[in-house]
Design a protein around this ligand. Structure first.
Ligand code: NAD
Length: 373
């Protein structure tokens, strides 16, 4: 029997499609029971990269109504039987990195979710596009804007969709703040602060290897403040400046950033002041201020529960498992052409990559870098 929490999660997963979420809306059980069973199309997904986040997505997908895990692509043969057993995956839907181009002949897989180290996304997306499959790609979509653009172009040429795994784009408290901002609750937006960081452990992991990570904290966690600045302010920045601090050059080698502060300027007059770091524990806060009010998310981008408040009071939307909601929503986007409230297609990913490229350039040169997004 489902727990009340499961009910709330499933309810929230469908309720999130409402463009308008009442700030003080509380969920009654009768509303939950009124939810109709889903009998629309199901997005059949294979996961590439069976690591820690791939596992989290697979677990969350057990509660999806509109998406189903049906296949795997892995370079580690020993993982496959465990996944087959756990998620009831048939042998014919299991691939390795050498043979996955053959997925083009498999009508039982609609989309592949790429959850490998950052620098491997580019080649995987190009190959999957060629195989005619829709692609969901983890953030950062690539390790440069040029790679990102090539991925967008390849998916366009193959007539498949490319979505980036920006799970916060479906988070109810985040969406409530966006709605309030659009309705003018905070007045003219003038300031955003994004703090994104954690303290990284094992120095041998791929996240600290430039070849695989493409950089350091900025690629991995700072990107949340970049992306967040854009959806919280609701505009595209037109300049960036940035400064790097490196306290541990042994752990954070050349090209692997430890801590970067950066600033973004927006055409409407707002400025964002952000911090990306691999050296501070639990740094996860967004703060938006306008002429008349404020919104805060703390934590802002962790797996939840996200907590939020505005000058009007606390946000009380129920917690949802981000990856469950994301995959149900992505099913609607891919199969039914639904437009998400905050876009997360490949072009959106390229904008973040352009900002990252510019941040690294600003650090190198000490200059304020213009952005053309
Ligand atoms: P992980 O190290 O736990 O898993 C990576 C997987 O890729 C492993 O299964 C590994 O075997 C495989 N892999 C294939 N080729 C590899 C190679 N050459 N070197 C190392 N591993 C290789 O990493 P993760 O935390 O699952 O991150 C994977 C991706 O997911 C990254 O792009 C990361 O940014 C993203 N991610 C996103 C979120 C989110 O909340 N959206 C959270 C965590 C990670």
């Amino acid at each position: 029997m489902s727990s009340r929490r499961d009910f709330l999660q499933k309810f929230a997963a469908s309720a999130i499609a409402w463009p308008v979420l009442n700030q003080y809306h509380t969920v009654s059980l009768s509303e939950i029971h009124d939810q109709q069973p889903y009998d629309g199309p199901i997005l059949k997904v294979a996961i590439m990269g069976l690591g820690s986040y791939g596992t989290r997505v697979a677990e969350a997908m057990k509660d999806c109504k509109k998406a189903k895990l049906v296949g795997v692509i892995s370079g580690t043969p020993s993982k496959i039987p465990t996944w087959q057993k756990k998620y009831d995956i048939p042998e014919k839907n299991c691939y390795n990195y050498e043979n996955y181009d053959k997925i083009k002949d498999n009508p039982d897989i609609d989309a592949v979710y790429v959850i490998t180290p950052n620098s491997l996304h580019h080649e995987a997306v190009l190959r999957l596009a060629k195989a005619g499959k829709h692609v969901i790609c983890e953030k950062p979509m690539a390790i440069s804007a040029q790679q990102g653009q090539e991925m967008v172009d390849a998916c366009k040429a193959a007539n498949v969709k490319l979505l980036i795994g920006y799970r916060m784009h479906f988070e109810p408290k985040t969406l409530e703040i966006i709605k309030m901002r659009n309705e003018g609750e905070f007045g003219k937006i003038l300031f955003f602060q994004g703090l994104s960081g954690f303290r990284i452990g094992d120095p041998t992991q791929w996240r600290l290897n430039k070849e695989l990570a493409g950089g350091g904290a900025m690629m991995d966690i700072g990107i949340y403040s970049i992306n967040g600045a854009r959806y919280m302010v609701g505009e595209e920045p037109f300049w960036v400046s940035a400064q790097e601090t490196k306290n541990d050059p042994v752990k954070f080698k050349e090209g692997v950033d430890e801590t970067i502060q950066f600033q973004l300027g927006f055409p409407g007059g707002a400025v964002a002041s952000c911090l990306s770091t691999y050296s501070m524990r639990n740094l996860d806060r967004f703060f938006l201020n306008g002429e008349n009010g404020f919104a805060e998310l703390l934590p802002a981008t962790g797996y939840g529960p996200i907590k939020g408040r505005t000058n009007k009071g606390e946000l009380t939307h129920p917690h949802v498992t981000h990856q469950t909601v994301q995959m149900d929503e992505m099913s609607d986007i891919i199969l039914q052409g639904k437009q998400p409230i905050v876009p997360l297609d490949g072009e959106e990913g390229v904008k973040d990559m352009k900002i990252i490229d510019a941040i690294y350039k600003a650090v190198r040169t000490g200059n304020k870098i213009p952005l053309n997004l």
